[in-house]
Design a protein around this ligand. Sequence first.
Ligand SMILES: NC(=O)c1ccc[n+]([C@@H]2O[C@H](COP(=O)([O-])OP(=O)(O)OC[C@H]3O[C@@H](n4cnc5c(N)ncnc54)[C@H](OP(=O)(O)O)[C@@H]3O)[C@@H](O)[C@H]2O)c1
Length: 281
Amino acid sequence: MKAKDYIITSADVKMPKIIYGTAWKKEHTTILVEAALRCGFRGIDTACQPKHYSETLVGEALLNMQHEGIKREDVFIQTKFTPVSGQDPKEIPYDPNASLTEQVRQSFTTSKQNLYTHYIDSLVLHSPYARFENLMEVWHTMESFVQKGELGQLGISNCYSLEVLEYLYDHSEIKPAILQNRFHAKTDYDKEMRLWCDAHHVIYQSFWSLTANPEILLSETLDAISHKYKKSPAQIWFAFLRENQIVPLVGTSSSQHMLEDLRSLDICLTSDELEQMQTLL
Ligand SMILES: NC(=O)c1ccc[n+]([C@@H]2O[C@H](COP(=O)([O-])OP(=O)(O)OC[C@H]3O[C@@H](n4cnc5c(N)ncnc54)[C@H](OP(=O)(O)O)[C@@H]3O)[C@@H](O)[C@H]2O)c1
């Protein structure tokens, strides 16, 4: 990835403008993360949530790739703390009866072990707690990892309430640098949240970017622009997201799609095309 393909976040962390997501890859996780890194991805998203992610296998891939010259410090690693409500009760990666503070500590220790690293670039709270008191206990514990130099930045995911995000921002010592949400029509593409994020230097990471937007990908607008650039609608869509300060998470299992998604970083849409695409949201 070239220098232009990275963002420096509000926490001074260097984060790629497109990130490889590792959910649901199961036993194929190692081989797919290795393929993604070989293709040129330098950002990996995972979670300490065995129900959906194989964090240990992400770690194996990162270790294996060091032998191919991709060092730990070359890769932006993002993982998540998942509350008990998001875990499979049969495989919770921490003691669910411990205090919230202790749950977060155990989860973060496990993530570092799984990923063979003493330093994680980005830790995302997988979903907010209903009670602000719980949210802030967890957040302050996450802050302590940054203060100890073991973590670069903090983020929150599946947060669709501006009130919650503002509360977190106002009451935290270390502000959220990331909001990771599903990007689709049902939430009006988080327009209000994204405006707020832009004003507060919070980077918006999108998921479901392709799967929840078939009508946009099949639209005449995208078809025409795709033909002009001789690129796929997915590539044009990712270029559009990038121009809107959105960092997409992509979890493709296809090497061809991995390369195509990375090449979207080189597409420069005109202001007229960006305006046309904006009307699709
Ligand atoms: N925070 C959360 O709660 C949360 C929830 C869901 C996901 N995530 C993160 O977001 C990542 C992405 O998940 P996602 O739900 O957005 O879907 P995804 O796993 O990226 O799936 C994308 C789908 O689109 C297809 N596709 C077609 N053309 C493609 C192209 N050019 N590039 C990429 N995919 C293409 C893929 O098929 P092929 O494999 O054949 O390419 C795949 O079936 C996850 O791995 C995870 O890291 C986070």
